[in-house]
Design a protein around this ligand. Structure first.
Ligand code: ADP
Ligand code: MG
Length: 433
């Protein structure tokens, strides 16, 4: 209980971009931190943006500021250039995507500094400028004080429209708002409200579905979700940690046992979570004395993640006597099995709220796609508030053509998980200080 009360206090009133009027921004330079960390592909006329969702998400804020007469300067990172300029990681291709959305921005390749400031000052009210990839300069990731100050000196007001980066202590996220009045963009505000509602007053039963392979992040989220949700269904690579915690053989499956700092054994933590939440599940049909954290009862296993022959895939019943298990094999678990899928779908069908993050298996390989696809269909079809997130999860639902069927698609990824884990996000804190 203590931890839930702790989380409830956390959301303070954020200054919102929607509270800014013409008098506040007319003729002023507004630095908007967007997340244009988008996948690029080589097209006939050079690099172009392959997935424009993150660019689309910034449009409302940009157009709002344009209409009020602001000079809008967009700042973002892209990829991991390692603190130096790399042509293939230039943000310039984003201009084309912005144009399609009716925003005719100019590009500035100059580093933050006098020359860039000169170009920015020449903008007309309502004009938009996109600054080159901030990670071309080591000061961005290092949150260098001087770099943050120089960046802030380019503008009068700061707007954060990059929720997905708010868990990072980078100059454009936490450094700049130390020097400028800071506001939350429309999309960032919506993301926070959606996640907050999930934490404060979800329609019950609240079913959380967690999968994928970033196990460290996911176990942390499961720890909080076990308090918030009525049932937590675990699949994908994360499930292996829980199986191992219960003494179930996982052979050579992906397992992570240490947190990033190496201080916590995740398998032990999984065991604690299972024990702590053993008999608590409540569903619409009444109380069912079953564990709150549920992990697979069967899996699809194969010799390797690249297995391409169906005959090499076997279904393993994990509830059977371990003596029946194949011995000394090199198996890896790559998808939830059919019984698990049926059980999970039954529970999802009773939900009032579903939060889903992380594929149930290695869906990129069609032999291990079924678990993720069926769970996605079940969540898409349930009459409930459905919130999904995670880069690979979104790629999967996109591939299944289900994008439009969820209540809210979070672009927050790791930041959303951190938020749900009960952590204060540095980028949000920087706006409320
Ligand atoms: P998201 O981006 O949705 O948060 P993650 O990045 O945590 O998800 O994990 C996604 C990846 O997890 C997928 O690319 C998938 O191949 C992989 N994955 C799912 N199940 C397993 C498994 N059992 N073993 C290894 N990798 C898995
Ligand atoms: Mg991912």
């Amino acid at each position: 209980m203590g931890s839930i009360m702790g989380m409830m206090k956390k959301i303070e009133k954020l200054p919102l971009v929607s509270e800014l009027g013409r008098a506040d921004v007319d003729g002023k330079v507004v630095l908007v931190r967007v997340d244009y960390n988008v996948p690029l592909e080589m097209g006939r006329n050079g690099w172009r943006v392959k997935d424009e969702r993150r660019i689309n998400a910034s449009v409302e804020t940009i157009k709002y500021l344009q209409k009020l007469g602001a000079k809008v300067v967009l700042i973002s990172h892209l990829g991991r250039p390692g603190g130096r300029a790399r042509a293939e990681l230039s943000l310039a291709p984003a201009l084309e995507s912005l144009k399609k959305l009716g925003i005719h921005a100019v590009f500035c390749a100059e580093p933050p500094g006098a020359a860039a400031r000169e170009t920015i000052n020449q903008l007309n009210p309502g004009q938009v400028l996109l600054l080159e990839n901030l990670r071309f300069y080591p000061g961005e990731k290092a949150n260098d004080a001087q770099f943050a100050k120089t960046l802030a000196s380019l503008g009068d007001i700061y707007v954060n429209e990059a929720f997905s980066n708010c868990h990072r202590q980078h100059a454009s996220i936490v450094g700049v708002p130390q020097h400028l009045p800071g506001f939350a963009g429309f999309a960032l505000d919506e993301e926070l409200r959606r996640l907050d509602q999930l934490m404060q007053k979800p329609e019950r039963p609240f079913v959380a579905v967690i999968g994928g392979s970033k196990i460290v992040d996911k176990v942390g989220a499961i720890r909080q979700l076990a308090n918030l949700a009525d049932v937590v269904l675990v699949g994908g690579g994360v499930a292996n940690d829980f199986l191992l915690a219960e003494g179930v053989e996982v052979y050579r499956s992906k397992v992570e046992d240490k947190t990033a700092g190496g201080e916590r054994n995740l398998v032990d933590l999984a065991a604690e979570l299972i024990e702590e939440h053993k008999y608590e599940r409540v569903l619409k049909d009444g109380y069912l004395p079953l564990p709150k954290i549920i992990y697979p009862v069967d899996v699809l296993a194969a010799p390797s993640i690249e297995t391409d022959q169906k005959k090499l895939v076997q279904t393993i019943d994990l509830t059977s006597n371990m003596k029946d298990m194949p011995e000394k094999t090199r198996l890896v678990y790559l998808d939830i099995g059919p019984k698990t899928s049926r059980l999970y779908r039954e529970l999802i069908s009773q939900a009032g709220t579903v939060f889903w993050n992380g594929p149930m298996g290695v869906w990129e390989n069609k032999l291990f796609r079924d678990g993720t696809h069926k769970i996605a269909d079940a969540i898409a079809g349930v009459n409930a508030t459905t919130i999904i997130g995670g880069g690979d999860t979104l790629a999967a639902i996109d591939a299944f053509g289900l994008e439009k069927t969820f209540t809210y698609v979070s672009t927050g990824g790791g930041a959303a998980l951190e938020f749900l884990s009960g952590h204060q996000l540095p980028g949000i804190a920087a706006l409320t200080k």
